[in-house]
Design a protein around this ligand. Sequence first.
Ligand code: MN
Ligand code: MN
Length: 358
Amino acid sequence: MPRRETTITEYIIGEQRKFPGATGGFTALLNDIRLACKRIAYLVGKGALAGVHGPAGSRNSRGEEQHKLDVLANDIFLATNEWGGHLAGMASEELEAPYAIPAEYPRGRYLLAFDPLDGSSNIDVNVSVGSIFSVLACPEGVAGESELAFLQPGSRQVCAGYAIYGPTTMLVLTFGRGVHGFTLDREIGEFIHTHPDLRVPEEASEFAINTSNARFWEPAVKRYVDECLAGRSGPRDKDFNMRWVASLVAETHRILMRGGVFLYPRDEREQGRAGRLRLLYEANPIAMVIEQAGGRASTGYGPVLAVEPKSLHQRTGFVFGARREVERIEAYHRDHNERPYDAPLFAARGLFRAADGA
Ligand code: MN
Ligand code: MN
């Protein structure tokens, strides 16, 4: 008899059976999310053959240019999840306001927030992109199409995860009891449980940050990166490698597979600027995955999952990965609230001095 592989459906139903009295609605919701990801994986894989590359000629609610696949992936998420009867409302990066479940369908008790296509600026260069999702329970007496329903800290998520559309398509998810990875078997059209109990490696030797923003970084971030760059000759006494994919899902997946730390910090460009990534459908679900895998996810100043959201598209500074590295970065933030950092690598005689021969 051939070895029987565990499918994602079997895994989810197994989880459901651990909760006596569970209705199965949650399992059905997960099945719809998984189908949306398979549909998007198909389109991403077809690429130019399906005519889905290039700009859509429109902008999303925050004025960012939409790619054709941003719009298509958003439509797929809405259409695949609106009818099932398990959702009270949906919120998307691509929509200004929450999406109301159409009147012809029953409403359920869950809320789904998603980034339908993360890293879409990478589509035309054929680099990994993904989808990120977060499931919350809709509070009693609050309408699922109201912004208020979604303004819950990430610690209340009942499920979170992402799909990555890379050389293989994978779904990585957590119900709050560890993190599990599933690989899409295209021949049978199902996700197979290939990566049980993912853990962020404790030792980190890679960091990921967009260095073109270095001049805007806060002192804590300058110091951390300086020390990584100084390598064996600096205070860390070891060499670090640097990575930057500019796709949150791809960065997350790398850190889950082989460790490291990611920083998209708050910076000093605008007074009180909170960072770039979106709390509700980027940072919160990724933070739940990372913390469930034994890592740490922070704003730089404290846990992402504790942040009380004030608005649907709120941004946040985001630092995550190996627990001890993130704790070190948080300590630097506390430290440099009180005293300035003189940034030796950025100073007149430092590594990044102006090329004026000084
Ligand atoms: Mn994104
Ligand atoms: Mn997106």
